[in-house]
Design a protein around this ligand. Structure first.
Ligand code: PAF
Length: 280
């Protein structure tokens, strides 16, 4: 496994692989890798070569967010990548990615204006811009994203379609801790007491999912029940709990087609997200 930090090194390696006719699977990450990322790498092994990028992208963090404190551990990340058969890690600096002057952005309407886009206004512009750059650098045939960031996945799928990017995007299931908490690099911020309190998210998700499975179609009723569950936990503060159309991310009132039920909840200072999908 190679670890490189320049765009040129990635390009040279990819050019060699492409000459050999190899397919490339790509897993973009911000590092501090866990089993959720590992599941994406495992899936990406359906390609001949697997590239993982590790880059804490400053552009997708707001002014009062956790850019500086975001956890980083390249050595441990490299170990996980090695164990999961990764061929190349791209670990650029912000200077390598953005240089001194950077004026070009990839932005999106509609899908970015709901859910996390409301409380993190420039977030998805940063995600779309960096992911476009990474796609242009790595030129993968397939790229893999976690369903935990369901809005991000929907946005990237749409961006690839709208801009005719020549690759396929794959969404992979949420990976959870044994007790139900969705795996996230940000779980490390939780104190032991908060870690226990955070289970309220998955409890609320299970409650909503069960209601849908039992035939409830009224989104208002499902959201109320999920909200009540979260409110039982004194350390939890709801940012949003919403049900939206899976393709457009616009709020819906009744379950008819594909639906995303998504939540963002603060546990203390840590903002956690979780969701479930209803495919119809
Ligand atoms: O999901 C993430 O870790 C990031 O948003 C991504 C896709 C790597 C872009 O920085």
């Amino acid at each position: 496994m190679k670890i490189v930090s320049t765009i040129q090194e990635v390009r040279e390696q990819v050019r060699e692989w492409k000459k050999e006719g190899f397919t490339i699977g790509f897993v973009p990450t911000m590092g501090y890798l866990h089993e959720g990322h590992a599941s994406l790498m495992d899936r990406a092994r359906e390609n001949d070569k697997v590239v993982v990028s590790i880059f804490v992208n400053p552009m997708q963090f707001g002014p009062n967010e956790d850019l500086d404190s975001y956890p980083r551990d390249l050595e441990h990340d490299a170990e996980i990548c090695r164990e999961h058969g990764v061929d190349l890690i791209f670990h650029p600096t912000p200077e390598e990615m953005y240089g001194d002057n950077f004026y070009t952005y990839v932005d999106m309407d509609v899908l970015t204006q709901e859910l996390c886009g409301l409380s993190r206004p420039a977030h998805f512009r940063g995600v779309c811009t960096v992911v476009t750059k990474l796609f242009n650098i790595v030129t993968p045939d397939h790229a893999y994203f976690g369903q935990k960031d369901a809005q991000q996945l929907a946005i990237i799928k749409r961006m690839v379609k709208d801009l005719n990017m020549p690759l396929e995007i794959h969404g992979c299931p949420i990976v959870r801790e044994e007790d139900g908490l969705a795996k996230s690099s940000r779980n490390t911020y939780l104190s032991p007491e908060e870690r226990k309190a955070a289970l309220v998210l998955s409890r609320s998700i299970i409650l909503g999912k069960n209601m849908v499975e039992e035939g409830e179609c009224d989104c208002g009723k499902i959201i109320s029940a999920m909200t009540e569950e979260i409110q039982k936990e004194p350390l939890a503060k709801i940012d949003y709990i919403k049900m939206v159309d899976l393709d457009t991310m616009q709020q819906i009132t009744a379950i008819e087609h594909g639906v995303l039920a998504a939540m963002a909840v603060y546990i203390g200072k840590t903002r956690l997200i979780d969701n479930f999908i209803v495919e119809k």
